[in-house]
Every structure is written in C-alpha cells, then in structure tokens.
Design a protein around this ligand. Sequence first.
Ligand code: NAD
Ligand code: UFG
Length: 339
Amino acid sequence: MKILVTGGAGYIGSHTVVELLNAGHEVAVVDNLSNASVRSLDRVEEITGKKVHFYEVDIRDDVTLDEVFKNEQPEAVIHFAGLKAVGESVEIPMKYFDNNIGGTLTLLHVMKKAGCKNMVFSSSATVYGKPETVPIREDFPTSVTNPYGRTKLVIEDILKDLYKSDPSWNVILLRYFNPIGAHESGRIGEDPSGIPNNLLPYIAKVAVGKLEKVSVFGNDYDTPDGTGVRDYIHVVDLAKGHIKAIEKIEKEKHVGCKIYNLGTGTGYSVLDIIEAFGKACGKEIPYVIAGRREGDVDTVYADPSLAKEELGWSAEYDLSKMCADTWRWQSQNPDGYGE
Ligand code: NAD
Ligand code: UFG
C-alpha cells in the first residue's frame, strides 16, 4: 500500500517507516522537524536500501498538505505527528491543543478531500489515567491527568464520531504502553532534546556519562519494590503492530473503528530497569531515591490479547534486548543525530 506517515522522522515513526518499507509498502513522510532530525530518514534509507519521499510540512498547513496528498495519493495514513512532553503540556496547554488536536483536524479535512479514509492513530496508555486494576483492557474507563493526555482522548473521540458519521472510514486507534529500545543496527533510536523526561533515555545518558545519576521517582508505591511499574515495549515490536493494523485494513477493507493496546503484558519496576540496563552496558547505573513525580501512578501494564486475536500481533522482544539495543544506539551515537 501507499502510506503517508505523519511524524515519520520521529522516534516511533522512523522505526515504523523501516518496517513498512521492509514489508514492501511505499512510504511518504510529512514532518515539520519540530522534534526530529531529517538524518533519521537518511538512516532509514541506509538500513532498508529504499527511498522515502520526505516533505518538511506542518500538518496544520492545509494548503501544502493538500499538495502532498495530490502528489502522493496515499491509500492510508499513520498519524504520529504530535507533541508529547507531559510537563510542557501542563505549562503551555494551548500549544498542545493547537498542534495535536488542531493538526489532526486539518489532516482529517485534507484526507477527506483526497478520498483517503484509512487512518491508524498513535494513542497512548495515558488515556487509562489511574487504572483500578491491571492488566488493562481496551474497554476500561478512560480519564486524563494532563493536557497531553487530553489531546489523545479528544482525538480518539473525534475519530470515533467521524467513523459514526461516515462508516466508510477505517480507524485503528493504537494505545501504546512504554516504547523503548532502538533498531538493532544502532543507526536509529530515540534522540530527545535536552534532559530526557522518560526513564530509558535518562538511564542511557547516565550510562554514556552525559548525566550523573538517575533519580528514582518514589520508592513508596504499592508495588513489589516500591518503585513504579510499567509495560516497556521494544519500539520495533511497536512498529510491527502498525504494519499489522495497515494489513488488516488492506485485507478486510471495512474494519470499522477499532482500539488495540500495544504492550507486552509484563510490568517492570524502575529498579528492574536500572538493573537490566546495567547488565546490558556492563556498568553499574548510579541512582538515588527521590520524591514521587506528580501525576505518576503505581502500576500500568496491558492486556495485549485483543491485538493478538484481531491483528495477529504480539511483542517478541524481551527486556534484555530492549536495553541492549538502547545501549547500542546510545553508545554509537552519544550525541544522537548530532543536531
Ligand atoms: P517524536 O517526537 O519522536 O515524534 C513525533 C514527530 O512528529 C516528530 O518528528 C515531530 O517533529 C513531528 N511533529 C510534531 N508536530 C508536528 C506537526 N504539527 N506537523 C508535522 N510534524 C509534527 O515522538 P514519538 O515518541 O515518536 O511519538 C510518536 C507519537 O506516538 C506521538 O503522537 C506520541 O504522542 C505518541 N506516543 C508516544 C509515546 C512515547 O512514550 N514515545 C507513548 C504513547 C504515545
Ligand atoms: N521515572 C523515574 N525517573 C526518571 C524518569 C522516570 O523514576 O527520571 C519513573 C517514573 O516515575 C515511572 C517510570 O519511571 O514510574 C516510567 O516513567 P516514564 O516517564 O519513562 O514513562 P511514563 O509511564 O510516565 O509515561 C510514558 C510517556 C507518556 C505515555 C505513557 C504511556 O511519557 O507520554 O508512557 O503509558 F502516555
């Protein structure tokens, strides 16, 4: 299929473009490079030996986006483009509403005009808020604790309403748990600007000597070792989930509006991760116990069985591979893409 990938130069997008090309799909990428380097796509081409059509375009620019659709005539869109820093979203919510919700609305208008009604959207486990029980199933209640999460929930609702109004749309909402890891070539990976907010990129920067020690945000949670438990998933497994979603649309033609968790179903604590990363890089990772981070919850992990049943997808890679691949990327590219 011909797929347009918004945000395709970013972390999850670039890994998904590799898997799409490897599966024989044609890919065009739209990205405004607000949180990415175009070098990621040069490396995608190097890994796959295939070409990616790249457009440096903001998805809020309807006129240029329209031209991209005319040029490329995509049959489906995988929509990653969005801002994702939870803390910043609390400080500058309008930026998030404008970019994530506004951008999606513009994209949907352009898609409709172009007659392209197949959409795979990057949602997040953040829409489950503070779950009452785990593992989390797709039919659990949703709630949000910050403006970033609200943008995901609002976009999910917009897509559901759109589908209700016009069932010729195919919409697949993928709720990601905690993506980590990198392509095993070591050529593409996560390259956050400034000090990382998320655990794995932070640990990786400590391991490579760019940061001094990890702060563990709380050891008084109701978990086996007191630190927060999450469902970490290898970014390549996550990327493959998108290929399965696209293939479902391609095969079935009318899939309706579907929601799938993409997680492994296993939870690891912050201390588990620090230990596993230490093994992968062959050094002890220094850490201190700090206070809780506002808004964090004890335990989050998926029930991924629906994705297995309906997409034929399940995660393959274990925590040691996630850490080994993160370390390969970080140690071979201590300055990320170097911009
Ligand atoms: P990322 O920042 O690496 O990728 C997002 C990409 O979108 C970037 O390349 C950025 O330049 C681009 N972009 C942002 N706004 C744009 C706009 N208006 N027009 C065009 N391009 C724009 O982030 P990621 O980790 O790859 O996340 C991809 C998607 O998955 C995001 O929607 C994110 O919210 C979602 N998600 C991420 C996680 C995670 O932990 N990484 C978890 C759940 C969901
Ligand atoms: N943590 C630390 N120290 C750090 C960073 C994180 O102890 O320096 C802890 C957190 O308290 C949490 C765990 O490590 O217990 C994971 O934290 P992350 O920030 O890596 O990930 P979150 O689970 O908080 O959130 C991430 C994304 C969200 C997304 C969510 C989906 O940042 O955007 O996963 O579950 F919505």
